[in-house]
Design a protein. Structure first.
Length: 424
């Protein structure tokens, strides 16, 4: 039983790209044709069609069936001449090889119109349609839609919002009008795109997971975060009260400065509380202290001082707050009278304090960062383990309890031998 595996090409793409005349018959001839067509146009889907014809032919031969693989092309003059050329080539193949059946391999709807011509001359057992995944023509649309619908995440991301839009828009158009409904839906879609674009869902999931882990592990930062949230709310409330007590002033600079001036101590306290809680968690753990957590409290207070100084400078220039007064102090039983600072001196003092506090934080971080938070006894570091080779060893061997015992026995045996020698 002989099966004709025929690859149909109605528009003669093979002849146009390679200059060869069809029919091309035989495994080696079609295999060489794959290389020629691929080199002439690597993006042509005909390469995949030829490979599919070779694969089907090989599969039939593996099943002990006789298979003849061939490529048949039409002409480029007209569709009628192309169909007649294909029919003439099929007659030649059937007369020479006398196949009992045929398997047709095609890659486009245009080539599929040749199937009735093949069926009129030989029994067609199967029609193999090759759809290339990377193809940009219309034949790949079905495959892409199928792959899209098989992806659950894509369905939830695209189809669900689209379905809700189609359901909600008629309701909004009926209740509030088409323009308002379209504007509302557009705003919702924009928020959704921003939500997915900035990965807000992943951030919220990570935050919830971190909060749950913190609650279960009993971290100090859980309480300090709650306190920091309360201080933040108090800061916004105090800042709003400060702005509401202002008289009507032109512009928005003074209200903004007043809000910052009144709220910054509370906001800095909230950030300091949160950073202190995270630092306590680091101290409890067995890992070395990280410099970022150790330096953060100093940085928060420094920034708060600088911001407070600049906002106070602007408000004092506009007469919204009183001058900063240095109280009287006693040094060596000699008093220093209190005096008021000018706005420039006030700003310089706050900036200097912020910079000084930052430098102190840097010094503390450079001294204590990287040291283990636990594992110290009486304020001293635990000694590093010594390898078995001594100072000149490879450094790979670690000192274990078994090694200590072995050394102790070795030293004891050595002492006994020394005592015996001295006794003799």
């Amino acid at each position: 039983m002989t099966t004709l595996v025929v690859c149909l090409d109605r528009t003669d793409d093979v002849g146009r790209r390679t200059g060869l005349r069809t029919p091309i018959v035989g495994w080696e001839a079609v295999r060489a044709l794959v290389t020629d067509v691929g080199l002439a146009d690597p993006e042509d889907s005909g390469v995949n069609t030829l490979l599919e014809a070779l694969r089907v032919s090989q599969s039939l031969r593996d099943d002990d069936e006789e298979a003849v693989v061939a490529v048949v092309s039409g002409e480029r003059d007209s569709m009628v001449s192309a169909d007649r050329a294909v029919a003439h080539q099929l007659d030649e193949l059937i007369a020479e090889y006398q196949p009992d059946s045929a398997i047709v391999v095609i890659d486009s709807a245009e080539d599929e119109r040749l199937v009735p011509i093949v069926e009129s001359r030989v029994q067609v057992d199967a029609v193999d349609r090759v759809v290339v995944r990377q193809a940009r023509d219309i034949e790949s649309t079905y495959y892409l839609l199928k792959q899209f619908l098989a992806d659950e995440e894509l369905r939830q991301t695209i189809l669900v919002p689209l379905g809700l839009t189609l359901l909600v828009f008629p309701v909004l158009a009926t209740v509030v009008g088409p323009a308002e409904g379209a504007a509302t839906i557009t705003a919702v879609i924009g928020l959704f795109l921003l939500y997915k674009g900035f990965s807000v869902d992943e951030i919220v999931a990570a935050l919830a997971r971190q909060t749950r882990d913190s609650l279960y592990s009993g971290q100090v930062s859980v309480v300090t975060y709650v306190v920091a949230l309360g201080l933040t709310l108090v800061g916004f409330f105090v800042g709003a009260l400060g702005v509401s007590s202002l008289e009507e002033t032109p512009g928005s600079v003074i209200p903004v400065m007043q809000f910052v001036f009144d709220s910054i101590p509370w906001l800095a306290g909230a950030a300091l509380t949160a950073s202190a809680g995270r630092l306590f968690d680091e101290l409890i753990q067995d890992e070395p202290l990280r410099g970022s957590y150790l330096h953060l409290p100093f940085l928060v207070v420094s920034v708060g001082l600088v911001v407070r100084g600049f906002s106070g400078f602007f408000l004092e220039q506009q007469g919204q707050i009183d001058s900063f007064v240095i109280p009287s102090i006693m040094i060596n039983q000699q008093g220093i009278e209190s005096f008021a600072l000018t706005p420039g001196q006030r700003l310089a003092m706050f900036v200097a304090l912020g910079v000084l506090l930052t430098l102190v934080g840097v010094q503390i971080v450079s001294r204590y960062a990287g040291r283990p938070s636990t594992g110290r006894e009486n304020g001293h570091e635990q000694p590093e383990p010594v390898d078995d080779e001594g100072a000149g060893g490879s450094g790979d061997a670690e000192l274990t309890d078994g090694g200590n015992k072995a050394r102790l026995e070795e030293h004891t045996l050595s002492d006994r031998r020394s005592d015996d020698d001295s006794g003799e």
